[in-house]
Design a protein around this ligand. Structure first.
Ligand code: F6R
Length: 612
């Protein structure tokens, strides 16, 4: 949610900030702005509704010159997207300039206090209140660092922030509480950013701020302290991806690129983690908690959105193969409903970004009650990855498209590996089945590749229902979560209303919606649910619904039932969600692209939801 970039060094900061903001635009894109300190120590500001590209086209690059600056790309929380509410924000004396990601929860109380002191405000934002609070202390102390510290000790809520001070124009101060922030440490320069994609073009060395950290950046480097003025040292890490991983590389959209990367990303998830002869899987990151997992009274899987759908697949897998009870919870509900958790529970947190506010809060809640916590996370070094007791990275690489695709299949693959690991140790699976699963696992990348090669077929089906107003997705067993995921993908990028249901539930309500205008996507693999799905298809046909069936390569029978067939290679039930989701990803992609939607940056969404 919102992207922050700041620069201090010897170079002209504006191009570096704009390039960084472009890479962070997936975090929010309703308005953009920068503040630059020029060589006469004057602060220059620009902020407007619109995208970073528009700012780049409109800003006067001859004037906005200077080697210290901060910038922001916004996803609105407080206040509608307009020029006034865009960041940076300034205090009423134009002394403190701030870009902020997060929410200051007690901003109303602080605003009331400042209004009583004669402060004035021009926007609706919590960030402007913070700028004024810092300046309130600056008026008393004449010390920028101290003023930021005093203000941050007074605010409640979350922030990743970077600020400048007109009266101390030689530094940038940054701080973090709940919203990610890192420092890219270059030669004679430091770049601050919400994530590593904005700094990788300049340096591979990064220092992550922890909650409660501040850093004071000057041209000579930086020092770090807590907001309680205790000096701290944070280790530097190396960024583990390449610049080309975060570029479109010839694809029209990041989403299409990421769908097509899945043969590789899925391999990266299991590479080195399975013995193909015995079928035994091993995830090194879980070693320290493996006994706890084996003896767990139950697993609770908690996540949001697409990651929650992966969790639901995990429930089917772990219960079926490991015979351990599993509950799957929306993280946003879990954290607030006083769940019953104890030391015998294992709580699995699934998150692509590793920064989702609700998932992070669920993790902290679970820890409070002594549960063992495990992360299934994509972004290395992210907050959830750092705070869990143990974890496994899915290694899907940077996911830039707002709609999650490759992270989902890698999350499901990680859950399959966890399932195999536990089932083997608990003897709830035969040796033959394990080997059969491992053998099939090796075929999965090739089978995904086959579907990618057939993407034009999926595109034709997408063309046939791109003008629909509603779409129903139905699946059973392991494929019910895939129906949910297919529906989510369609609605978030094409704005077509879509619902996912367990196929048999259709009769209990949604069937009332069926008429000749309603496309229904059936996930119909030839497994033990096949005959039941065919009956459900007939029920829809009888009411003139349009049938799109996802069916195995060699299923000729389906042709007599379905108006359109999306072909999927046969596989074992455990891997069916990974294969079946691919045509659904393509379907939503092509529908959205042909409707002219902004596929990578759909309206109102942001990639990582770091606010509640
Ligand atoms: C949907 C999507 C979201 C995320 C959700 C959780 O395409 O991307 O539903 O899955 O916001 O995000 P992470 O996985 O980063 O915790």
């Amino acid at each position: 949610m919102c992207g922050i970039v700041g620069y201090i060094g010897k170079k002209n900061s504006l191009p570096i900030i704009i390039e960084g903001l472009r890479r962070l635009e997936y975090r929010g894109y309703d308005s953009a702005g920068v503040s630059i300190i020029n060589d006469k120590a004057k602060v220059l500001n620009y902020k407007k509704v619109g995208r970073v590209g528009e700012m780049n086209d409109n800003i006067d690059k001859d004037i906005f010159q200077g080697s210290i600056g901060i910038g922001h790309t916004r996803w609105a929380t407080h206040g509608v997207p307009n020029d006034v509410n865009a960041h940076p924000h300034f205090d009423m004396d134009d002394n403190v300039v701030i870009v902020h990601n997060g929410i200051i929860e007690n901003y109303k109380q602080i605003k009331t206090k400042l209004l009583a002191e004669g402060f004035q405000f021009s926007s609706d934002t919590d960030t402007e209140v913070l700028a004024n609070l810092i300046n309130y202390y600056f008026r008393q102390t004449n010390d920028f660092e101290k003023s930021v510290r005093l203000a941050l000790n007074e605010v409640e809520g979350t922030y990743g922030l970077a600020c400048l001070c007109a009266k101390e124009p030689d530094k940038v101060i940054v701080a973090r509480n709940g919203s990610p922030l890192l420092l890219g440490v270059g030669i004679e320069e430091t770049i601050v950013s919400s994530d590593a994609s904005a700094v990788i073009n300049h340096t591979k060395n990064v220092v992550y701020l922890e909650d409660g950290d501040m850093a004071i950046l000057t041209k000579n480097g930086f020092k770090m302290k807590t907001i309680h003025d205790v000096k701290i040292y944070r280790e530097a890490h190396k960024i583990d991806f390449l610049l080309e991983d975060i570029e479109k590389s010839g694809y029209d959209h990041f989403m299409l690129k990421e769908i097509c990367e899945q043969p590789d990303t899925i391999q990266n998830t299991y590479r080195g983690r399975i013995n193909f002869d015995s079928g035994i899987a091993k995830l090194g990151g879980l070693d320290s908690v493996f006994d706890k997992m084996l003896n767990a009274k139950r697993f609770i899987i908690t996540a949001c959105g697409t990651a929650w759908h992966a969790g639901l697949v995990g429930e089917y897998m772990i219960e079926q193969f490991c015979r351990i009870p599993v509950e799957v919870e929306y993280a946003s509900e879990f954290r607030y409903r006083r769940p019953i958790i104890d030391e015998d529970d294992v709580v699995i947190l699934i998150s692509q970004s590793g920064e989702t506010a609700d998932t992070l809060a669920a993790l902290r809640e679970a820890k409070k009650f002594g549960a063992t916590t495990i992360g299934i996370v994509n972004v290395i070094g992210s907050t959830i990855a750092r705070e869990v007791d143990a974890g496994t990275y899915v290694h899907a690489g940077p996911e830039i498209g707002v709609a999650s695709t490759k992270a989902f299949t890698s999350q499901v693959m990680s859950l399959a590996l966890i399932t195999m690991m536990i089932a083997a140790e608990k003897n709830t699976i035969s040796k033959e089945s394990l080997i059969e699963i491992a053998t099939e696992l090796r075929n999965i990348p090739g089978k995904i590749k086959k579907m990618i090669d057939a993407k034009e077929d999926y595109k034709k089906v997408a063309d046939a229902f791109k003008n629909a107003n509603n779409v129903l997705y139905l699946g059973r067993g392991f494929n019910f979560p895939v129906a949910l995921e297919g529906a989510l993908k369609l609605k978030e990028i094409s704005y077509i209303h879509a619902e996912g249901y367990p196929a048999a539930e259709m009769k209990h309500g949604p069937i009332a919606l069926i008429d000749e205008n309603m496309p229904v996507v059936f996930i119909a693999p030839q497994d033990r649910t096949y005959d039941k799905i065919i009956s459900n298809i007939e029920e829809v046909k009888a009411r003139k619904g349009r049938i799109i069936a996802l069916a195995s390569d060699d299923d000729d029978n389906i042709n007599s039932y379905a108006d359109y067939v999306l072909r999927v290679p046969k596989t074992l039930a455990l891997f069916a969600p990974i294969l079946n989701v691919i045509p659904l990803q393509f379907l939503s992609y092509y529908v959205a692209a042909s409707r002219g939607c902004d596929v990578d940056q759909p309206r109102n969404l942001a990639k990582s939801v770091t606010v509640e």
